[in-house]
Design a protein around this ligand. Structure first.
Ligand SMILES: NC(=O)c1ccc[n+]([C@@H]2O[C@H](COP(=O)([O-])OP(=O)(O)OC[C@H]3O[C@@H](n4cnc5c(N)ncnc54)[C@H](O)[C@@H]3O)[C@@H](O)[C@H]2O)c1
Length: 376
């Protein structure tokens, strides 16, 4: 029986994991993928048992990613792409093995734990010619895509300032000491990388700023703090940025501020107008032309841009949110893997390298006593 859906093998995303489940919902929303294989958990037995509950056949429920890639590569009905939803330090070896075996890759951020690995992976994507999608979630929101289109169309004028915040509170206490799975690896530099908050949520903020502004800063000054005593990575970061155009920016990335769940916000200003977006009201984009009243633009409403309309599934005012935004990344990934033209900017290995440069520059600036450094 021929299968016209793109077939996937997932690594990570076991029964207790967070983002693997989000990927599985997002990949199903437009019915263009099928999850047929997996090495789903650090515990092989738990991973195989869980695979059964997801409808993965026993002979495609693997103990390790290596086994999955080696065995799938030999099957006539081999998977099309590998989805990587493990802790950070595993992204590089899994992605490398997948690309070398000829699979496309859908990978979680941050792409790697070092800049060296990020550059090696981006080079491998080039030489293998495989498709590589980095799931920077926030680029999937229709109103974020609309903001990007409005900035590119000159609606705010000459760029003056980009402000992005990504604030959480789930690491406000030393929960890693209680064994909380996601907290343990995120606060271990060997598994998360040298960046804590800066790598985990700062890279999202960096990517969001670049996605909407259409340009990246050249210099930054970072103050990285560890506000929970004894923690081995930063958990709070304040960064100032300068653009070659003369524009300025800042990122606040913190995981220790009580009252914040996933408080992501973007404000971008030019000399003619400003745009403001918050994840907690994701369907609204506030637009203010200098000297005019604030306008609330709504997803799929009056004034919607092409990308915002394309990224919507239901009419305006029927609420969409996080899962639909994630599904937009999968929709783009499906087009990319199918060889169709993709009009939106799908986060790629190049964005992974950029995120790595950002983390490295933050660590360097902070290490030198909070000084301005060149990025890259
Ligand atoms: N795009 C986003 O918005 C977003 C949100 C959350 C997490 N993430 C990223 O997703 C990744 C996973 O984060 P999470 O919060 O789901 O972590 P998690 O700790 O909740 O889950 C990790 C999963 O990976 C599995 N795993 C660990 N080692 C493995 C191995 N060798 N083989 C197979 N499976 C293995 C674990 O058993 C677990 O099921 C991280 O890189 C994180 O930065 C991205």
């Amino acid at each position: 029986m021929s299968n016209t859906r793109i077939t996937l093998g997932m690594v990570g995303g076991g029964p207790t994991a967070f983002i693997g489940a989000v990927h599985r919902i997002a990949m199903r929303m437009d019915d263009r993928f099928q999850l047929v294989a997996g090495a789903l958990d650090v515990d092989p037995d738990r991973g195989r048992a869980f695979a059964g509950t997801l409808g993965i056949a026993p002979d495609r429920a693997y103990a390790t990613y290596r086994e999955m890639i080696d065995k799938e590569a030999l099957r006539p009905d081999r998977i099309d792409a590998v989805v990587i939803v493990t802790p950070n330090f595993l992204h590089f070896p899994i992605a490398k093995a997948a690309l070398e075996a000829g699979f496309d890759v859908i990978c979680e951020k941050p792409m790697t734990t070092t800049l060296e690995d990020a550059e090696a992976l981006a080079a491998l994507v080039e030489t293998t010619g495989r498709r590589f999608v980095l799931t920077h979630t926030y680029t999937g929101y229709p109103m974020v895509r609309q903001a990007r289109e409005m900035v590119a169309a000159g609606e705010i004028g000459k760029l003056r300032r980009v402000e992005v915040e990504y604030l959480q509170d789930w690491l406000a206490a030393p929960v890693e000491n209680t064994g909380a799975e996601g907290a343990v690896w995120r606060t271990d530099p060997k598994q998360a990388g040298q960046g804590g908050a800066i790598g985990d949520v700062g890279t999202h903020a960096w990517n969001l700023a670049a996605f909407v502004a259409g340009e990246e800063p050249t210099h930054l000054l970072a103050e990285l703090s560890t506000l929970v005593e004894g923690r081995r990575v930063d958990d709070d970061a304040a960064i100032l940025m300068r653009y070659a155009s003369g524009a300025k920016g800042s990122i606040l990335a913190s995981q220790v501020l009580p009252g914040n769940g996933n408080n992501v916000s973007l404000r971008i200003y030019g000399d003619k107008a400003g745009l403001e977006w918050r994840q907690e009201s994701p369907e609204e984009l506030w637009f203010t032309r200098l000297g005019e009243p604030r306008q609330m633009l709504r997803r799929n409403g009056a004034g919607a841009t092409a990308a915002a309309v394309a990224g919507s599934r239901v009419p305006a005012a029927h609420p969409e949110g996080y899962l639909e935004a994630f599904a937009n990344l999968y929709r783009d990934a499906a087009d990319l893997i199918a060889g169709k033209a993709v009009t939106t900017m799908v986060p790629s290995a190049r964005d992974g390298v950029s995120g790595s440069k950002f983390v490295q520059a933050c660590l360097m600036s902070n290490g030198k006593g909070n000084v301005w450094v060149e990025i890259g």
